[in-house]
Design a protein around this ligand. Sequence first.
Ligand SMILES: [Zn+2]
Length: 186
Amino acid sequence: MHRSVATIFTHTAIPLALGFALGKRVIPRRLLEFGILASILPDADVVAFRFGIPYESMFGHRGLTHSILFAVLTGLAFTAFSKIGRERRRTVFLFSAFATISHGLLDALTNGGLGVGFFMPFSPQRYFFPADWIEVSPIGVGFFSARGLTVLRSELLVVWLPCLAVGLLGFALRHWMRRLAERNPL
Ligand SMILES: [Zn+2]
């Protein structure tokens, strides 16, 4: 089975971290849900395997749905259908488009499968980042020899920990700034 980042849930770390860092006033709960959905949406393309569409195809895995164009279209679609106020439209677009493209960015950090077609359909080229930080294939033997554990460990280190740090940093910064504003009213 070709997987992108081993667990699809890991993709949700990005919108979760951003939502936590920016807070409910910027990213209301509903929008956070959009972001979570957007971050896993690109992997709907795994149905391509069922239909016998080859991985290398533009419609194959990590193809068109992992492109920048798809992220922009997803952002526009969420913005059009969202009931979040008009004045929030730009935030809805940016947050859902970013959550969508973040999926491909994480996939491009893995060391397995084919690269990501960021510029499809304009270019068939598929990309990996030079750093393959996220484990897709098993390494070593012993206690952590189980493939699942290895993958989980690399995802925890490379995705969840930095996301947690970003989320906490944003949270702390927000509260610190609010305190400061309360103490020094203009
Ligand atoms: Zn993917």
